[in-house]
Design a protein around this ligand. Structure first.
Ligand SMILES: NC(=O)c1ccc[n+]([C@@H]2O[C@H](COP(=O)([O-])OP(=O)(O)OC[C@H]3O[C@@H](n4cnc5c(N)ncnc54)[C@H](O)[C@@H]3O)[C@@H](O)[C@H]2O)c1
Length: 380
């Protein structure tokens, strides 16, 4: 097979990594890169690839087979739409769009045009995660009843926000720790146990100078009846992250570097202190794989899906719509102060995002650990 001709649009922190990987992979030929920032496009060693100012120029000059979209989040939907209209397959960095409804439209467009639309949800390639999915589907821990997701291994400094004007702003990023970081773990959660149907959340902001939340707590109900709680923070310098899934027969624990299972020999409701349990490791790599390694795995999944855009290859855009519905629902619940049935109506969410962008709705500034839901109840 001739190499797949690829273009990378957006040459910031992550786009450069994509361009370097593509240049190294024999399955690809890097034919163009695009960024309005001259310094960004001139400083990258890209061999014979065309250096362009924007996506239309790259499409015109290089006629790529695929476009990798690594521009700021608020620009993803229009870039993906333009690439699909040009008949090109797309690998889009997360999130596919700021609104789940917008993402669903793009998925529909890709299907109609028989183009592959892949969203960079590369956490699914962490060690043991695919094995965990298989084990859960095969009933290894029985029906999953409860889950806890602690997504606090995401410390972000003041400089992280100040380096880029879109970070920390609702209009540019669509949200803070939930939309920009914990979305990876929420994607894994929905991938493992299916979509969420109901959520009640609170969000808060410890950091000065940003609009978006840097801490969140959400209670979530999933379609198959699993209930769970998310705690996400980007404020903890030495925070931690773990996803625990508890079923009728045992527990699976997923971290960045390992998946562990504990399975009871009898259903847990019949277990006693004498019940035998089997501990297993479904996958482990220490130290955990780097972003570069995970992006490489994600590109290989994308290349496999080019052979059949509708086959299930591990990071489908359709699934990331479900994750966005949950992310949008968390914000809607927290900011409107209500229990939310998912998905939130597109018009309602779009109005909220507009109000957030204009600053007429704000995330309350709360000290870490002082989210409204975990304040002590008043006496009596
Ligand atoms: N998968 C991951 O783990 C991961 C990690 C970090 C960031 N991301 C995502 O990658 C995307 C980029 O993040 P980043 O941190 O690299 O951002 P960045 O700000 O470092 O880079 C964005 C680049 O896009 C360029 N750009 C802006 N508008 C453009 C346009 N219309 N056409 C072409 N180029 C344009 C900017 O000049 C800049 O060079 C974001 O969506 C982010 O959420 C994903």
């Amino acid at each position: 097979m001739p190499p797949v001709k690829a273009t990378v649009v957006g040459l910031g922190d992550v786009g450069r990594l994509h361009a370097e990987l593509i240049a190294e992979m024999p399955e690809y030929e890097l034919v163009a890169v695009a960024d309005p920032d001259r310094g960004a496009r001139e400083s990258l060693p890209v061999g014979a690839a065309a250096r362009c100012e924007d996506l239309p120029e790259a499409l015109e000059r290089a006629s790529p087979d695929v476009v990798v979209v690594a521009t700021p989040p608020a620009t993803h939907a229009s870039a993906v739409g333009a690439a699909l209209r040009a008949g090109v397959h797309v690998y889009c960095e997360k999130p596919l769009a700021l609104l789940a409804a917008e993402a669903a439209l793009l998925v529909g467009q890709a299907r109609e045009r028989r183009r592959c639309l892949h969203v960079g949800m590369q956490w699914r390639h962490r060690p043991g995660y695919a094995e965990a999915r298989e084990a859960i589907a095969a009933g290894a821990i029985g029906e999953v009843r409860r889950c806890e997701l602690l997504a606090c291994d995401w410390y972000r400094s003041t400089r992280h926000y100040s380096r880029r004007s879109w970070r920390g702003r609702w209009a540019g990023s669509g949200g803070g720790v939930v939309m920009s970081q914990a979305i990876h773990e929420l994607d894994v959660l929905c991938w493992l146990i299916g979509e969420a149907v109901e959520v009640q959340a609170v969000i808060g902001r410890a950091r000065e100078g940003v609009e978006v939340e840097d801490q969140a707590v959400a209670d979530i109900v999933f379609a198959r009846g699993t209930t769970g709680r998310l705690v996400a923070r980007s404020t903890d310098f030495a925070g931690t992250g773990v996803l625990l899934l508890h079923g009728d027969r045992g527990t699976i624990e997923l971290t960045r570097e390992r998946v562990r299972s504990v399975i009871s020999e009898v259903p847990i409701e019949k277990a006693s202190s004498a019940t035998r349990r089997t501990d297993g490791i479904l996958g482990e790599v220490r130290p955990p794989p780097s972003l570069r390694v995970l992006l490489g795995a994600s590109h290989r999944a994308f290349l496999r899906s080019l052979e059949d855009p509708h086959a299930e290859h591990g990071e489908s855009a359709r699934e990331s719509v479900r994750t966005l519905e949950l992310v949008n629902g968390i914000y809607y619940s927290a900011l409107r102060g209500e229990l939310v049935k998912l998905p939130v109506a597109a018009g309602d969410y779009s109005r909220l995002l507009d109000e957030l962008g204009r600053g007429t709705v704000r995330v309350a500034r709360t000290g870490p650990g002082y989210l409204p839901s975990i304040r002590p109840a008043p006496d009596g």
